[in-house]
Design a protein around this ligand. Structure first.
Ligand SMILES: [Zn+2]
Length: 248
């Protein structure tokens, strides 16, 4: 337990999450700067400053496994730490010299690892665009789910992602959660059709965040429900290219 600064938990949602057992888990007390108390820290060097004035209002969900479809090994941590032996597997050859990162990785078990301070800019989205803004890394949090693009994800991963997003939304003006496939359509396909946005909606419980899977876009984008009134071209394009890929 800790005497850290706390806020009342709202409905005790985070307090029931288990893990650290820290008082005020739902408040800012679950953060140390941009590090989440409930993640295992795996600091890596692949990050930089966010541009001045950047508002962190977007979370981007990815999927990763190294080698693809093999879970539980140390390769993801090695990759983000620039320590991956690129000769160890044929798939790794293409990763030689690639320096990337995400703020978080959520293992199949639901364990959360953090690689980059959320106040810093992680290198996960690459060339990307969302709601008329380019370079989504500037204003987003990158979350990798251990998994295979298009394949399914585990219930503990949805639960952990929900907990993490609720905690993030208390520290940052987070407004929306999308997939990498939505901010880089045609170039990236993760997490893919096996990720069930409705399951994430359930894991978020009462937290108001817009998910890419929240239909219909027209209802979503009205002043009354506090979404942006104007649907820009980027969003329209993304909606057109992604809605068909959503489960169910
Ligand atoms: Zn990705």
């Amino acid at each position: 337990m800790s005497a850290a600064r706390t806020e009342p938990t709202r409905g005790g949602l985070e307090g029931s999450a288990g893990g650290g057992g820290m008082g005020g888990m739902g408040g800012m007390g679950c953060w140390r700067g941009g590090w989440w108390w409930h993640a295992r820290r795996r600091p890596c060097a692949n990050h930089g400053p966010r541009p001045g004035g950047a508002v962190v209002d977007l979370a981007i969900v990815h999927s990763i496994s190294l080698p693809p479809g093999i879970y539980g090994g140390p390769e993801i941590e090695q990759f983000f730490g620039n320590r991956l032996d690129c000769d160890a597997h044929p798939y790794f050859h293409a990763l030689k010299g690639v320096e990337v990162s995400a703020h978080f990785v959520i293992r199949r078990s639901g364990e959360v690892l953090q690689f980059v301070d959320c106040d810093r800019r992680a290198w996960h989205a690459g060339r990307s665009r969302w709601r008329g803004r380019d370079n989504c890394n500037d204003h987003s949090i990158g979350i990798e789910l251990e998994g295979l693009e298009g394949d399914t994800f585990e219930p503990p991963q949805y639960a952990a992602l929900g907990r993490l997003l609720r905690a993030l939304a208390r520290r940052y003006p987070l407004r929306e959660v999308v997939g990498h496939e939505h901010v880089a359509p045609g170039r990236k396909g993760d997490p893919g059709a096996g990720f069930v946005w409705r399951a994430l909606r359930a894991a978020l419980r009462r937290r108001r965040l817009w998910l890419i899977g929240d239909p219909p876009a027209k209802t979503r984008l009205t002043p009354r429900n506090r979404a942006p009134a104007r649907m820009d071209r980027g969003l329209r394009e993304a909606a057109r290219t992604t809605v068909g890929a959503l489960p169910g």
